[in-house]
Design a protein around this ligand. Structure first.
Ligand code: NAD
Length: 258
């Protein structure tokens, strides 16, 4: 596959080798893209640098904590300096405090609500605003984020993250409307459950995995590499008429009533 040959991409959300963003980075690199990977804070820097050494060509490695407007601006400036423009952005970032993912949703504090919505939803708006001029310089681009069915239906303990994903999916539509005239597409993939660092914060996550294996039409869980296949389609030229869309990659689970 060489769908992304000669393209420059920014991948925000690699924490370790289980990260969905890492599977997408590997697939994008195989498809010919030159990448910039970001890490959230020094704690994750080494992981991301180590993973980066396995990609060819070597990616840029840059810091980005999405709660910092300054770091987002510096990221945009570094990408412009090194790449001169940008063809695609993957946003694969989410966070909610542990107590917000354990106590009943009705107990969510103002601070926990604000933090989850800021990191998991507003960050897409801030990053899109930063990269839009870089994509315009290339005649357009593709922005992709990752969401979950907890935005539409109630899953035990998903709580404020479900509310954040609903805001994220609505943001996809509003951003697609704003940026479409510049030929910038904005989409989401709604992925089925996958065991990652973020997922380990959700109490009872293994029950969700089991439920999918039992009820999904394909009677199995999905793999990050399968999300990556769909991501390459949406990030690259073959998805060129698709924007404002939430594409579900979940072995069919979302269609089932029971
Ligand atoms: P992950 O833990 O590997 O990735 C989450 C990423 O968010 C990490 O890289 C972390 O560093 C980053 N992050 C958190 N706070 C940040 C901040 N302040 N600044 C910058 N980065 C920050 O887990 P994952 O499951 O690969 O999650 C990636 C995306 O996929 C998330 O949006 C998640 O909600 C979504 N998703 C995951 C699943 C699943 O079952 N794993 C299903 C559907 C959607």
């Amino acid at each position: 596959m060489s769908d992304l040959q000669g393209k420059h991409g920014l991948i925000v959300g690699v924490a370790n080798k289980r990260s969905i963003a890492w599977s997408i980075a590997q697939a994008a690199s195989r498809a010919g893209a030159m990448l910039a990977l970001t890490y959230q804070g020094e704690r994750l820097e080494e992981n991301v640098r180590e993973l980066g050494t396995t990609l060819s060509p070597s990616p840029l490695i840059l810091p980005c904590d999405v709660t910092s407007d300054e770091q987002i601006a510096e990221l945009g400036a570094a990408v412009e300096r090194e790449f001169g423009g940008l063809d695609f952005l993957l946003h694969a970032v989410a966070f909610a405090s542990r107590e917000a993912l354990q106590a009943p949703y009705v107990q969510t504090s103002r601070a926990a609500f604000r933090e989850a919505l800021d990191i998991s939803a507003y960050s897409l708006v801030a990053l899109s605003r930063e990269v839009a001029p870089l994509m315009s310089a290339r005649g357009g681009g593709s922005i992709l984020t990752l969401t979950y069915l907890g935005s539409q239906r109630v899953f035990p303990n998903y709580n404020v993250m479900g509310v954040a994903k609903a805001a994220l999916e609505a943001s996809v539509r509003y951003l697609a409307s704003d940026l479409g005239p510049q030929n910038i597409r904005v989409n989401a993939i709604s992925a089925g459950p996958i065991k990652t660092l973020a997922a380990s914060g959700i109490s009872g996550f293994s029950n969700i995995l089991q439920l999918y294996r039992e009820r999904a039409p394909l009677r199995r869980n999905i793999e990050a590499a399968e999300v990556a296949d769909a991501a390459i389609f949406l990030l690259g030229p073959r998805g060129c008429a698709i924007t404002a869309e939430v594409l579900t990659v979940d072995a069919g689970f979302q269609a089932m009533g029971m």
